[in-house]
Design a protein. Structure first.
Length: 133
């Protein structure tokens, strides 16, 4: 068995993101969901994280994911204005853009923290590519 390490986990990632990362491509993604947003807000460049298609609720030992290194990290805020004769509305959306460098496929060994409103953390082990098929 490989060594397991602790990672911040991003859950509920789209199939497209996971398959792009599996093909070993550098990828920039935008994070909007509150629990993933809070999880990555405090990460530093060079930190490793685990991304999984599995939803926050369904995350368990045995869930598969991809370990990636954080290369860039940028918060962006968009302001949206809407108005008609009756009202004027201003909305703001904030997202985090992350540039990721995929390292390997991994299996969650155990979920360390999965409390809503806190950073999701897992213990995971790398899977050599020949075992991952």
């Amino acid at each position: 068995m490989g060594d397991s390490m602790e990672y911040v986990a991003l859950t509920g990632m789209s199939e497209r993101v996971i398959s792009e990362l599996k093909q070993n491509r550098l990828l920039t993604i935008e994070i909007r969901s509150p629990h993933n947003f809070m999880a990555v807000l405090h990460l530093n460049i060079g930190d490793m994280l685990l991304l999984t298609h599995t939803s926050h609720e369904d995350l368990t030992g045995g869930s598969m994911g991809i370990i990636a290194k954080l290369l860039r990290h940028q918060v962006s805020t968009h302001r949206i204005m809407q108005s008609n004769e009756l009202y004027y509305e201003e909305r703001e959306t904030t997202s985090l853009r992350l540039q990721l460098d995929p390292k390997c496929i991994a299996r969650v060994r155990k979920v360390v923290n999965n409390t809503m409103g806190e950073t999701t953390k897992v213990e995971a082990e790398e899977i050599p590519l020949y075992n991952a098929r």
